[in-house]
Design a binder for this molecule. Structure first.
Ligand code: F0G
Length: 449
């Protein structure tokens, strides 16, 4: 039978509190229309992020009990190091408490005023850490990525011509490294092709620039290469993953995504000297090099998660379940970034409510409408998150936690969004009444217009 089902069964459940529309209206107002200010208990289906929200397996939970909590040289550390080395081939493995800790250490070492860090589209914390070091972050998207309806299979790619031009313009000596984010979160969880990675590798190598991966969703990217890139179908995901890392000089990984854990990160490097300097910073701010700010049990859970995520039945289900939600919305006439990517569906908010101009944050307006209507928590990825200068599109992201929600719950989400779409003329724009200078989406306050 040709049908994709969840390749796992539920062993433990967590109740969801159901709320009424009236209750949600009050909650929304007291949170100043900001989803980060709402208690998770007041959310019915939480699609705020796929980060740290995975359901762990029974083997991961048994690893939690089995974790070795010794300060140095714990058994859990050796297992974690060997799993990551096996997966990536990288000699230097540094555990960190999450992805942005890896970013902070790396950019403190290679960033600084005058430096330029190009990428296919830096995630907000990556951009934040680059800029915090005094360096300049540059996003070099391809033309295909700007067309919502384009079904180009690798809209996450970096534009290699623009990369060449940037190197000519600013000089290779100003560019310590180039970051390729797999999958490309900010343009819709879209994958980067192996061919694009190979080209970027060649350009960087010729110019003496290091190539680093932001590999939070490396397994989803590898599966999409397996599915979409010519000549890759016969290869295993593990082989593809290995080739992706073989092309890089290092990587930052938030294990909260494809590591299938609730907390954890990794920083990987080939170069001994850079790794030594990173070790010193790690000890200063995260923890000793064999635990990096984590408990031994977290290292166990990560080692198991990084193994399980390569299961191809799991990846087939994962990608199919995200595509299912996307197709239901498309069938109802709701424009999403096509084709659906790895971890989330991104709704084009300007197309959803064309009567709300970009400066009135249509993406945030949709976020509020989904919460009000059905208790669904989504996140805006647009002018609120990136500010006007860096905003690429006005999007509302529905991120799907891994192994958490059933198909019936995903149908509830699709039905609710389709109902909101039917009443879209009633949606109102927003204005910001209070905001911080960096990463303002976490704390900004809004008022309805
Ligand atoms: N890189 C990418 C591509 C990410 O998506 C994230 C986090 C990070 C780095 C930072 O990792 O959270 O472990 O410090 N993305 C989450 C999201 C927050 O919702 O997309 P972290």
């Amino acid at each position: 039978m040709d049908r994709t089902i969840e390749p796992f069964k539920i062993k433990m459940v967590e109740p969801i509190k159901l709320t009424t529309r009236e209750q949600r209206e009050t909650i929304l107002r007291s949170a100043h229309f900001n989803m980060f200010q709402i208690a998770a208990e007041d959310v019915i289906i939480d699609l705020l992020t796929d980060s740290g929200t995975s359901a762990m397996s029974s083997k991961q939970w048994s690893g939690i009990l089995d974790g070795d909590e010794s300060y140095a040289g714990a058994r859990s550390w050796y297992r974690f190091e060997s799993v990551i080395r096996d997966l990536t081939g990288m000699p230097h493995v540094l555990p960190t408490h999450q992805g942005r800790a890896s970013e902070r250490i790396l950019f403190e070492l290679v960033g600084g005023p005058g430096k330029v860090i190009p990428g296919n589209y830096h995630f907000d914390t990556t951009r934040g850490n680059i800029e915090h070091s005094g360096a300049r972050a540059v996003d070099l998207l391809t033309e295909e990525a700007s067309h919502t309806r384009s079904r180009y299979p690798f809209k996450g790619n970096i534009d290699v011509n623009q990369l060449n031009r940037l190197i000519d313009d600013v000089g290779a000596e100003q560019i310590p490294l180039c970051v390729i984010t797999i999958t490309n979160n900010s343009v819709g969880g879209q994958p980067v092709s192996l061919e694009n990675l190979r080209q970027t590798h060649d350009i960087c190598q010729r110019s003496g620039i290091k190539l680093f991966l932001d590999a939070a969703r490396f397994a989803e990217n590898a599966w999409l290469i397996h599915e979409r890139e010519s000549g890759q179908k016969h290869r295993s995901v593990r082989e593809i993953v290995r080739e992706m890392f073989d092309l890089a000089d290092g990587a930052m990984i938030s294990a909260k995504k494809d590591g299938l854990v609730n907390i954890g990160g990794v920083l990987l490097m080939r170069e001994d000297d850079l790794a030594q300097r990173a070790d010193s910073l790690l000890i200063l701010t995260e923890g000793f090099v064999t635990y990096g700010g984590l408990a031994g049990r977290d290292l166990e859970a990560m080692a198991q998660g990084f193994t399980e995520v390569l299961d191809e039945d799991y990846l087939a289900y994962r990608i199919a379940s995200v595509a299912y939600l996307g197709q239901r919305l498309l069938d109802a006439g709701i424009q999403i970034i096509e084709p659906p990517g790895g971890h989330a569906i991104y709704i084009d908010a300007c197309e959803f409510c064309p009567h709300i101009p970009a400066e009135q944050y249509p993406g945030q307006s949709l976020v509020c409408a989904f919460y009000r209507h059905a208790g669904i928590r989504a996140v805006e990825i647009g002018s609120v998150m990136f500010g006007k200068n860096h905003s690429h599109k006005e999007l509302t992201r529905l991120a799907i936690p891994r192994r958490v929600y059933t198909k019936s719950q995903i149908d509830y989400v699709a039905d609710a969004i389709i109902e909101v779409h039917q009443q879209r003329q009633t949606l109102r724009g927003l204005r910001i009444t209070e905001a911080s200078q960096t990463l303002r989406h976490f704390t900004a306050k809004f008022a309805e217009l």
